[in-house]
Write a protein that binds this ligand. Structure first.
Ligand SMILES: Nc1nc2c(c(=O)[nH]1)N[C@H]1C(S)=C(S)[C@@H](COP(=O)(O)OP(=O)(O)OC[C@H]3O[C@@H](n4cnc5c(=O)[nH]c(N)nc54)[C@H](O)[C@@H]3O)O[C@H]1N2
Ligand SMILES: Nc1nc2c(c(=O)[nH]1)N[C@H]1C(S)=C(S)[C@@H](COP(=O)(O)OP(=O)(O)OC[C@H]3O[C@@H](n4cnc5c(=O)[nH]c(N)nc54)[C@H](O)[C@@H]3O)O[C@H]1N2
Ligand code: SF4
Ligand SMILES: [Mo]
Length: 682
């Protein structure tokens, strides 16, 4: 007998990655046998990264959570016993209900972008917590510094369309290791280079992307604002300006001009730790090459002055009139181009006039420890419900985060696919479906297509979608609004207002483009209050902040401490996605083990040989890993790559043992790359 013909199911990559690839899963006899990039989707072009081409290995992993579990050991021990869904949900509803009757804000949701799906990420969950009156969560851990900075400059997460980078003659890749974390953009950059474009990488680390660019500017972390201001200085003094564009489409030029004139390249060179001629040369290229495009990424904004740096960089295209051409401008995020109907998905009206306090997820360590400021002067946290996130590994100052999650008096529910560091601390650990097993719908922050994800296979074991869990909890709590009955497929349909996207195309192809002009700001029309590119922001000035972009030094500037003389950054590992995939053996074996890249001079001065175990430490903690004496590290800066699972590291910690809970200047974001350390042989 021949086996039944395979079926092809169209989906979307769920990961927190700007590329939002279109997937095609081949299903045979109910099993996913092959996963490929959809060749018909122009942005995916049939290509997936190494990580997601292993998604079936992750899906079918022997350690997938397949049944609800209840804690059976001390808090944090990771020991569990099986329990039925009914019993788990009944008990969770009862315990959350008892807290909610007294102090609903003592319950905190904690979620981020384990999936970027609008349904499994921000729909039924939000409805549930809104109705409950739980604390709100400020979801700042990644992109709010840059996102809010962009909103104060361009008016939102808007910018160039990614496909037109291929036509640029100069591309600045600014704070992005595109080969590792934005592969499909890199294709366009390479096409541009083949057509004669110059590529410049601006990054403290000599990344694989830097290796392949024409030039690499290895500035010190947190000094991008100074570099951007020096570029402006040169644009002004050499009159490489588009006066017409500036006059018609910008706000605050006279004031910005004065600010820029305070930043001659020599001043910036001293701050950035790069030679002044290199800055002059970059300014000449930017001022005289058309079209010039900037791929700005989130790497620049994980420092105290990250918001200001993004604002300064986002001003550059207007100065030279780069927006006039479709291959000119800047792209940090395209997320603001999507007409997502968040009110329909999340139903903030269920708050019914209540205004719960907001907890900043970056400061979860302090919040769990009872710090009044981190608790926003609200009640102590008695219960936390974690989904789509692994805070014990990814949040800063993780000794405090782990201690908080280890509190015996904290009631913790974790929805997860795997037993992560956070899952180890659960009272109830609920098995979650993967992208191959549930419905979802996706916007993107790197291109401008909406993608629909259909389930390809049945859930493993008793795994259930996030939306299912919150629907069932709502039912048990007696929440009887009709919106709590919407199933996952119905939620997909509510994500965009009727008529806002082409549903027929989405259902047929799995993707549909958001209508958008080729050069969105050729004639100005920025979505700011003034309609102009706002060099000066009245809104920031009204908050008591500098209304102009400036260089804001790090909380922990390089060279400011003799005890901790090295600046540490901890950018993504190519074969992990944040802490996701660390437990996939084939990918972990490519990454090897937690590494700290260190320059030969810094290693030599400390008697550290290549491959030696080192102790990396500061006042917040210490972390052991292997040193790699590497040309990828510049003098004075060490690179701790990737967010490893703590329990898979050398001493049960990871790089976040060292990072701080300090926040950014704009957007209340984390400052992972604003961190001083010392290193010694272990
Ligand atoms: N493979 C892989 N891809 C990923 C991720 C992953 O973990 N792995 N993470 C995903 C997520 S959550 C995000 S938010 C996105 C965006 O992720 P990004 O933050 O854009 O990540 P990277 O592309 O690694 O680029 C960051 C680069 O910034 C550099 N950098 C660090 N500090 C500074 C600085 O002060 N100035 C400048 N100019 N550069 C600095 C780092 O060395 C690094 O090369 O990537 C996503 N894609
Ligand atoms: N030192 C340092 N720390 C960092 C960073 C850094 O560069 N350096 N990067 C930061 C950034 S940019 C970010 S975005 C954060 C990311 O932090 P997180 O958003 O916490 O990302 P992940 O570590 O990928 O964890 C996501 C978890 O969600 C789970 N998950 C996936 N899909 C589903 C689902 O459908 N349902 C449920 N219930 N669970 C699911 C996955 O199994 C995974 O364990 O980390 C930050 N931490
Ligand atoms: S992680 Fe990024 S590059 Fe990899 S498949 Fe997903 S969207 Fe594409
Ligand atoms: Mo992120």
């Amino acid at each position: 007998m021949s086996s039944p013909a395979p079926t092809l199911v169209r989906g979307a990559c769920p990961h927190d990655c700007p590329d939002t690839c279109a997937l095609v899963t081949t299903v045979q006899e109910g099993r996913a046998v092959k996963l490929q990039g959809n060749p018909e989707h122009r942005h995916t072009a049939g290509v997936l990264c190494t990580k997601v081409s292993r998604y079936i290995e992750r899906n079918d992993h022997p350690e997938r959570l397949v049944q609800p579990l209840r804690r059976a050991g001390p808090k944090g021990s990771g020991r569990f016993e099986p329990v039925s869904w009914d019993e788990a949900l009944h008990d969770i509803a009862a315990r959350l209900g008892a807290i909610a009757r007294r102090a609903p804000q003592a319950i905190v949701p904690y979620s981020y972008a384990g999936t970027m799906g609008l349904v499994q990420g921000e729909s039924m969950d939000r409805r549930f917590f809104h109705k409950l009156g739980a604390s709100l969560l400020d979801r700042t851990i990644c992109a709010t510094a840059g996102g809010e900075a962009l909103a104060h400059t361009l008016g939102g997460k808007v910018g160039m369309r990614v496909e037109f980078f291929a036509e640029a003659k100069l591309i600045l890749i600014w704070g992005s290791n595109s080969i590792g974390s934005n592969l499909h953009f890199w294709r366009h950059a390479q096409a541009a280079r083949r057509a004669g474009a110059r590529l410049v990488c601006i990054d403290p680390r000599r990344t694989e992307t830097a290796d392949k660019c024409d030039e690499h500017i290895a500035l010190l972390p947190g000094t991008d604002g100074a570099l951007a201001l020096a570029l402006m200085h040169e644009l002004v003094v050499n009159d490489w300006l588009d006066h017409d564009y500036i006059a018609r489409h910008t706000l605050g030029w006279e004031r910005l001009r004065e600010r820029a004139l305070q930043w001659p390249p020599e001043r910036a060179a001293a701050v950035c730790g790069v030679p002044a001629p290199q800055i002059r040369d970059l300014a000449r290229a930017y001022g005289t090459t058309k079209p010039a495009a900037i791929r700005l990424n989130y790497g620049v904004q994980r420092v105290r002055g990250g918001g200001n740096a993004v604002r300064a960089i986002a001003c550059l295209p207007a100065l030279v009139g780069a927006w006039r051409q479709r291959a000119g401008g800047v792209l940090l995020s395209s997320g603001g181009h999507f007409p997502v109907d968040r009110a329909a998905l999340q139903r903030p009206d269920l708050l019914a006039g209540r205004r719960p306090r907001t907890v900043n997820m970056v400061r979860i360590g302090d919040a769990l420890a009872g710090d009044a400021a981190a608790l926003a002067d609200g009640p102590p946290i008695e219960a936390i419900v974690v989904y789509n996130s692994n805070p014990v590994a990814v949040a800063p100052e993780s000794a405090k985060v782990a201690a908080g999650f280890a509190r015996e008096d904290l009631f913790t529910v974790v929805l997860e696919q795997f037993q992560t560091d956070t899952a180890d601390h659960a009272d109830y650990l609920l098995p979650a479906t993967t992208q191959l097993e549930h419905w979802d719908i996706h916007a993107s922050y790197g291109h401008t297509d909406v993608l629909l994800n259909r389930p390809a296979v049945a859930p493993r074991g008793q795994a259930r979608s996030n939306a299912w869990v919150f629907r069932e909890l709502a039912r048990r709590m007696g929440f009887d609004e009709p919106c709590f009955a919407d199933d996952d497929e119905a939620l997909c349909r509510q994500a965009f207002a009727p008529g806002a996207i082409d549903w027929a195309a989405l259902e047929r192809d799995g993707f549909a483009s958001v209508p958008l002009p080729e050069a969105p700001f050729a004639e100005g029309g920025f979505p700011t209050p003034s309609g102009q590119c706002e060099f000066f922001s009245e809104r920031l000035a009204a908050q008591g902040l500098d209304g102009l972009p400036d260089h804001v030094p790090n909380h922990e500037p390089a060279g400011s401490s003799s005890a901790f003389p090295l600046a540490m950054i901890s950018p993504p590992a190519r074969n992990f996605l944040n802490s996701t995939f660390v437990n996939v053996k084939s990918l972990r074996s490519i990454e090897g083990e937690p590494l700290l890249e260190i320059h030969a001079d810094d290693a030599g001065a400390r008697g550290i040989a290549d491959g030696a175990m080192v102790r990396v430490f500061n006042a917040r903690g210490e972390y052991r890993c292997r040193a790699e004496v590497s040309r990828r590290a510049r003098p004075g800066v060490v690179n701790g790559l990737g967010v490893w699972w703590r329990k898979l590291g050398a001493d049960g910690t990871n790089v976040n043992q060292l990072t701080s809970q300090h926040l950014t200047d704009i957007g209340r974001g984390p400052t992972f790359y604003d961190c001083l350390v010392q290193v010694e042989p272990a």
